[in-house]
Design a binder for this molecule. Structure first.
Ligand code: GLY
Ligand code: MN
Ligand code: MN
Length: 444
């Protein structure tokens, strides 16, 4: 299995500590276990920030970084070993494992945190935490601070600065290392294979969930624990619902099916969309819209390179799509006017992409000092233009209504442009039709 090496977690902790102010402390909790119902839990997914700094996969843990601490800078509070609990729920690292396998300098039982952590915070001037994103943890933090305050008459010194960790940490997460790109390539490879499988399996009479099952099969077979987000399998008019998740409609000849799905490997997401005909052959109108979206995506790729800014790719898709809709008679006016009045938004109402990483909509600022961010090597993003013609749009000829097309790929900025991670799924009309025709011949 391809994964982030242990040495990388250590490098990240050091890089973060190098940016923290002198005499400070950073405190981050693991994700809480989410209850599905009664004693059934959702599949556990570690908090991305916590995972980024530790690679520690367990709940009920708190990571503490104390740059310059003589007795160790990296402290992990975690569950103790417990034969009875491990019999039911599985292996725990315990404090020994936290040190031996996860690089902690010091480790304590999570049940002792209220006794130990105030003493670690005391005397530090500044506390970094993910303030505001986890109200329960914020309350705990205030409780620990209040323990120190209550001892002020004994000379205890509470910190006087509380700083959001997000800015430092999320800027680090925006730049993907070689090891991260390798993991993202693997997630992309498995997801691409899943889309190919869904195209091959597609037949009228199946349901949207039948194709979702094909995706899930490839994800799990490839070693992914779960999809990176709820898979969208949207046939016919459902393709015009941007975040469709019902996935239970019948697949009918003559309809398109839009699949937006990707898996997660070692907590790194992939995010792919393809739109293909249930019958295996695009109609003339479907093909016209599809090729327009594809042309806009190609134009966007050309705008992704170091020193180009974040919005250039989006602007390129808007221009190509607007000009194309005008040519097809779906819009009237001039390209510049239609862009200025945002008339294209009736058909293309979302942005061309987002940062991609541990979160599918990854962290990182899109603007810096009020200006669009300039792209740099190692930034990962999606490129996902689309055109959606509402089924009830009375302003366009009937033949266009209900067509929804999105094409989405994942890229990483390189020195000379960008690397497309998701090239493993066919994309042109000819390639997709050939793949589907071949699958049908083989099945016959
Ligand atoms: N699947 C969510 C997105 O494409 O942004
Ligand atoms: Mn996306
Ligand atoms: Mn997507």
């Amino acid at each position: 299995m391809i994964h982030i090496p242990k040495s990388e977690y250590s490098r990240r902790r050091k890089a973060l500590m190098a940016q923290m102010e002198p005499n400070s402390i950073a405190i981050l909790p693991a994700a809480a276990v989410a209850i599905r119902n009664r004693d059934v839990e959702h599949v556990y997914r570690q908090d991305s920030d916590f995972q980024y700094l530790s690679g520690f996969p367990e709940p009920q843990a708190v990571l503490v970084l104390m740059p310059g601490r003589v007795h160790g800078e990296y402290i992990l509070f975690c569950r103790e070993r417990n034969a009875e609990r491990e019999l039911w729920d599985g292996w725990r690292a315990g404090q020994e494992g936290a040190i031996r396998d996860f690089g902690a300098d010091d480790a304590f039982p999570i049940t002792d945190i209220d006794d130990i952590l105030p003493g670690l915070i005391e005397g530090r001037d500044r506390v970094y935490s993910a303030m505001g994103s986890n109200p329960e943890f914020d309350r705990h933090l205030m409780d620990w601070i209040n323990v120190i305050r209550s001892k002020a008459n004994l000379g205890a010194q509470p910190p006087n600065e509380y700083v959001a960790l997000d800015h430092l940490l999320h800027d680090m997460r925006l730049y993907k290392s070689a090891a991260e790109v390798k993991v993202m390539r693997e997630a992309a490879r498995i997801s691409a294979q899943a889309h190919v499988r869904a195209m091959q399996a597609c037949r009228a009479g199946l349901h949207e969930f039948s194709l979702e099952a094909e995706l899930d099969y490839e994800f799990r077979k490839g070693g992914a624990k779960m999809p990176a987000y709820g898979s969208i399998v949207a046939a016919g008019r459902n393709s015009c619902i941007l975040h469709y998740q019902q996935n239970d409609a019948l697949l009918k000849d003559g309809d398109l099916v839009l699949i937006d799905a990707g898996c997660e490997i070692d907590c790194y997401a992939s995010d792919i969309t393809r739109t293909f005909p249930v019958s295996g052959k695009y109609s003339a109108e479907q093909k016209a819209i599809y090729e327009l979206v594809l042309a806009s995506q190609e134009a966007a790729f050309a705008e992704i390179a170091p020193n180009k800014h974040w919005n250039q790719a989006h602007e390129a898709t808007v221009r190509v799509i607007t000009a194309g809709l005008l040519k097809l008679g779906l819009l009237e006016g001039t390209v510049d006017e239609l862009i200025a009045s945002e008339a294209y938004k009736a058909f293309y109402m979302h942005r061309a992409g987002h940062w991609l990483g541990m979160d599918v909509h990854d962290v990182g600022e899109y603007k810096v000092g009020g200006e669009w961010r300039v792209l740099e090597v190692g930034m990962a993003l999606t490129v996902e233009p689309g055109i959606y013609i509402a089924p009830d749009n009375q302003k366009v000829a009937k033949k266009w209504r209900g067509i929804g097309v999105r094409i989405e790929d994942d890229v990483v900025v390189t020195k000379t442009g960008c690397e497309i991670l998701t090239h493993g799924v066919p994309k042109t009309v000819a390639e997709i039709e050939a793949l589907m025709a071949q699958a049908r011949t083989q099945a016959a």
